[in-house]
Design a binder for this molecule. Structure first.
Ligand code: ADP
Ligand code: MG
Length: 232
């Protein structure tokens, strides 16, 4: 569904992403793993269109999208749920969700039903200010807001960051449910174990380079990979 060919991202003289190539198959959950600063977010921003690539190509449904503005990519179903959620704290849960539906001209009743079905907690709290939610609830809201744009391809940037272990596994289960609704998922995580457990395939970034790839189930069983690339 998505293919990166030789993609480079630079910030001035800094090469954050060094000519990486990878594919994400339709209906999969694909993990992009790596330590802090390895270029994971930069890669996602390049696909979303908020970062310009300095070399290479990005293909979606076999067509080049790297020249398209970000809003066109959203219209094509490519949606990013950014790091730390970045929800609007001064707005209510419902207002945050409405903001996520901005790209759709028609009604969003179906989307609202879908996200309230996935996150009953948000339904209960729809009139509450987002800034008063707990960490786990905020992350749920961030994912729910991304879903309001009705993605076909959803990128999640470290959805488990800062969450207690029981909430992490809850978020991972939700990601599996989202995939079962027909959404292809590219999951960025530092939390390699949790991500590999729900992923089909995984890539590992190290200082901007792809250093490792394979089936998630096989990576989980390879102690050398875990020690060498995934921090323990
Ligand atoms: N806006 C920016 N300006 C300059 N350097 C940046 C910027 N954003 C990220 N970087 C650098 O690019 C590298 C990759 O960062 P990032 O993509 O955020 O990694 P990750 O998401 O894996 O933690 C890091 O060295 C980081 O300092
Ligand atoms: Mg990041």
């Amino acid at each position: 569904m998505l293919e990166l060919r030789n993609v480079e991202v630079r910030y001035g003289p800094v090469r954050a992403v060094k000519n990486i190539s990878f594919v994400v198959k339709r209906d999969s959950i694909t993990a992009l793993l790596g330590a802090n600063g390895s270029g994971k977010s930069s890669t996602l921003y390049a696909v979303a269109g908020t970062n310009t690539i300095t070399e290479g190509q990005i293909l979606y449904d076999s067509k080049r999208i790297d020249h398209l503005p970000a809003y066109e990519r959203v219209r094509n179903g490519i949606v990013l749920c950014p790091e730390s959620g970045q929800i609007f704290a001064q707005m209510t849960v419902l207002e945050n969700l409405r903001a996520g539906a901005y790209s759709r001209r028609d009604s969003y009743t179906d989307e609202l039903r879908m996200v309230f079905d996935l996150f009953p907690r948000l339904k209960e709290r729809q009139k509450q200010l987002a800034g008063t939610l707990s960490g786990g609830e905020r992350q749920m809201l961030a994912i729910a807001r991304a879903l309001m744009a009705r993605p076909r391809f959803l990128m999640l940037d470290e959805p488990s960051m800062g969450l207690a272990p029981n909430l992490v596994s809850q978020i991972m289960k939700t990601i599996q449910r989202i995939r079962s609704l027909g959404v292809t998922v590219l999951l960025v995580e530092q939390n390699a174990f949790s991500a590999l457990k729900i992923s089909d395939y995984a890539y590992v970034l190290q200082t901007g380079k792809l250093v490792m790839e394979g089936k998630a189930s096989e990576m989980l069983q390879d102690k050398r990979i875990i020690e060498r690339y995934l921090g323990g």
